[in-house]
Design a protein around this ligand. Structure first.
Ligand SMILES: NC(=O)c1ccc[n+]([C@@H]2O[C@H](COP(=O)([O-])OP(=O)(O)OC[C@H]3O[C@@H](n4cnc5c(N)ncnc54)[C@H](OP(=O)(O)O)[C@@H]3O)[C@@H](O)[C@H]2O)c1
Length: 391
């Protein structure tokens, strides 16, 4: 039995992970759960999975939860220190980090430092802190198991490659696929007026709001480019993105001899989540199997970069490196929230993002504290630009 801690258990990934654990009761024990403030859902999860410890970031929500479950012997912790306690629980073998955004940074690093294997889906963490996370994983000898479907696809395509092949430059390109999001067929001049409700209507994936808006702007793919660069130690010029509207091929690896390996499957996050939780084993899926004769055709299109400027900004951040990817990610976090709150229009997201990136003095070899400072600076500068409209 593998003991799991799930950070962000009430979110889209967290709920899917619990449904994987539920499908394999002989494989997993859910020992720890953590979320921000979702009291009701957390109470349901506690009653169902009976974890030993749970944390809510919001202290008032944690007090309410404690009161609601006082008939059970589950320990309820609170605040960021409570989240860190769940990330480092002694009996836990694998931590699934699905908090999202910069809030996942410290729990990820602390889990690595106490030697926990990490199923990670929070792309913002690798984007902001790629070299630091990769070095920590090496120093503490932990496995970093990707959950994001595209990154998992590359990981699976490479899993049979021997170390030497990877070291001797046998990979020509990584090709990340993108569904194209809800606005694939919307002309560029109509994008300024799209509403949050329209942007939240993703054609193929059911996900949380931040990543769904990032998919609509293509920032999500940009973040994956940076994630893939660190995780697979590739040059940015070797990572390409292509639109594949069916979301059946989750990504591909092209080798120097012209062979391509692709990973295919239904668009259901339980598949890559389960692979990360059971790695290197494969267990029967709780998701439907892929029926190719029903799909009939797979399509591919180049990405119109002028329509999705966030992608080019992410490539720029990936090439420059240092603190710029953290600024990109943290500014985007604020901009997505401002768009969802109807403070800014959809096409203002890349405009303000570019203005923030232009104002940043990049530190090329940042320490962890430099990254935290860049995160704070990017968030406050972005808020200031939104409020003053000077961009
Ligand atoms: N959803 C997908 O299919 C998908 C696919 C690929 C990658 N990802 C990545 O996975 C991550 C999570 O995405 P999601 O779609 O699952 O997000 P989501 O549905 O918004 O869920 C976020 C989770 O994190 C918790 N949380 C937020 N702030 C927290 C804090 N400060 N401390 C502790 N917990 C906190 C939330 O708790 P509350 O419920 O209490 O707010 C919730 O459980 C993101 O990095 C995203 O890019 C997601």
């Amino acid at each position: 039995m593998k003991h799991l801690a799930i950070l962000g258990s009430t979110g889209s990934i967290g709920r899917n992970a619990l449904s994987v654990a539920e499908a394999h009761p002989d494989e997993f024990v859910v020992s720890g759960l953590a979320a921000n403030a979702s009291v009701e859902l957390m109470e349901c999860q506690i009653r169902h999975f009976r974890p030993r410890q749970v944390a809510l970031n919001d202290k008032a929500a944690a007090d309410e939860l404690r009161e609601r479950i006082k008939d059970l012997s589950v320990e309820i912790l609170s605040g960021p220190e409570g989240i860190l306690a769940i990330a480092t629980m002694e009996e836990v073998e694998l931590v699934l980090e699905a908090i999202g955004g910069s809030a996942g940074l410290l729990p990820t690093l602390e889990a690595i430092k106490v030697g926990k294997n990490l199923a990670f889906v929070n792309k913002e963490v690798l984007v902001m802190c790629g070299p630091i996370v990769m070095q920590a994983a090496k120093d503490y000898g932990v496995d970093l198991l990707p959950v994001d479907s595209e990154i998992s696809a590359i990981f699976q395509c490479l899993s049979d490659c021997h170390e030497e092949a990877l070291q001797h430059g046998e990979i020509h390109r990584l090709i990340l696929t993108a569904s194209g999001g809800p606005f694939r067929q919307t002309p560029r001049d109509q994008l300024q007026n799209v509403t949050p409700k329209q942007a939240l209507r993703h054609p193929t994936w059911q996900m949380g709001p931040k990543i769904t808006i990032d998919s609509a702007t293509m920032m999500n793919k940009g973040l994956e480019v940076i994630e893939a660069k660190w995780l697979f130690d590739m040059d940015v010029s070797q990572i390409e993105v292509i639109i594949h509207p069916e979301s059946i091929i989750h990504s591909m690896v092209e080798f120097v001899d012209g062979s391509l390996l692709a990973q295919l499957g239904v668009a259901d996050m339980r598949v890559p989540i389960q692979y990360a939780l059971t790695y290197p084993r494969r267990l029967p899926t709780p998701a439907p199997y892929l029926n190719l004769s029903q799909i009939c055709a797979l399509h591919f299109e180049p990405i119109p970069r002028d329509k999705f400027p966030c992608l080019s900004l992410a490539y720029l951040a990936a090439e420059v490196g240092g603190t710029l990817p953290a600024v990109l990610s943290s500014s985007d976090e604020v901009l997505v929230k401002a768009f969802l709150d109807e403070q800014i229009g959809f096409m203002e997201i890349p405009v303000i993002l570019k203005a923030v990136m232009n104002r940043h003095d990049v530190e090329l070899k940042p320490s962890f504290d430099d990254i935290l400072a860049a995160d704070g600076w990017a968030k406050s500068t972005t808020r200031e630009l939104i409020n003053t409209k000077r961009y």
